[in-house]
Design a protein around this ligand. Sequence first.
Ligand SMILES: Cc1ncc(COP(=O)(O)O)c(C=O)c1O
Length: 475
Amino acid sequence: MSFIKSLLDEHLTSSDHLSKKHIHPRLSKLFDLAGLNVAFTRGAGSYLYDKDGNDYLDLLSGGGVHYIGRNHPEVNAALAEVASRELPNLCVVNASVLGGILAGQLLELAGPGFTKVQYSNSGAEANEVAIRFARFCTRKRRFLHMQGAFHGRTYGAISLCGFHQMNEGMDPKLPTCTMITPNDLRELRSELEKGDVAGVFYEYCQGMTLTVMDKEYLREMRRLCTEYGALMIGDEVQTGFGRMGQHWFAFQKAGVLPDMVTLSKTLSGGAVPIAATLVGEQLYDRVFSDFKSGPIYFSTFAENNLAMAAGLATLKVLRDVDARKTAHDLSQKLVRGLTEIQARYDVIERIAGEGLMLGVYFRASESRTILKLQQKLLANADPGVFGASVNVEMMAKHRVITQIPGPELNAVKILPSVNLDDRGVSRFLEAFEATMAKMYKGGGPALPLGKAAVKDAFRQAREKLLGPGTTAKKL
Ligand SMILES: Cc1ncc(COP(=O)(O)O)c(C=O)c1O
């Protein structure tokens, strides 16, 4: 028996596995409280399975990495092929064969305007590459980023984050980042006019808020960046590879050509860390202007054979399933279903997002007094509590995995795989409808969240009225 097999046999089905002890016990505790801590033993397509064979519809898809479904046979076969041969790998002194092939295919999908690929290992790192190249080329220092943005957790990337909650205790961040309001052209223009901006980072559809940039805004951003010598940087870590529908990349959908595009997540079929920053010829020439500038970027594990092979297999699958069209059609089905449900429940404020990055934003019910009271009370603990309770109920009662998009946002988000079938669509919509119905029939958000969260909300409500610490002893 192989060494890994015996370890898996011993530990895989344990709900109390060692990560609880050694990695993040508090997070595990949170999952436990919310009824989310299941020991998954298998993943295939859009489903995860526990040891008893129960299936869980996974609409979070590992934060978007499993866009072609979990454990796609084409990707697994590519990994096995690479692992079974004594290939040269990470030679450092030489180029990677598989890396070159994958880069060619990526550039073909991106179309004219992009001619070179810089590989790295995560979405954050791909954005760090863009920061570095932009500073080097423009010799300017400042970056503009959007309110509600998320670009990763490395030092530069987190400095571009549009949520103060995610930056607590991190100051000073990169001191040259200015947050601007998405789709506010006046603000964008007035910052760029100062002439000191190296680059503007945007997500076509924000992963955290599902805010979509207006196409006109992006086209004007392109024009202004060129006019004021700033680089336009599209973070397509989440939106890339057809997830927005109709096109391989969101910049194509918007009809703009950024100076750099960053990619990750989907690219290796969820199997191996991978990331890429696409650049055009002019930019490449400016970054790598002579032999000595070679080391301006290098990352030890980037271009490793497993990642490159998984990337090639993933692109093959995306083309085979015609991901652009499939994502578009699937998105329409989901939006249609959600819109029908919205008409029956006034807590649904709006359907947000685009393509296969969709969400539902909630508000206080006007038609159900008890529900409204619970919502108000729980919102004292966190404005996103209702969304969190929907999330918990979907998993606990329907085995449907959704996610809370961003801090304090009263919403649920789905990032389905492109091969989600009709059965999965119906299961999601039925579970969502049943969850809404339960909230309306008197259950309300307090039930799924459990006693601890409700107590905490009461405490915070009271403290708001009577001052801090007034209820601490009673609890
Ligand atoms: C738009 C976007 N950019 C960057 C990142 C960071 O990627 P990573 O976690 O691989 O560093 C994410 C991750 O969720 C993302 O959604």
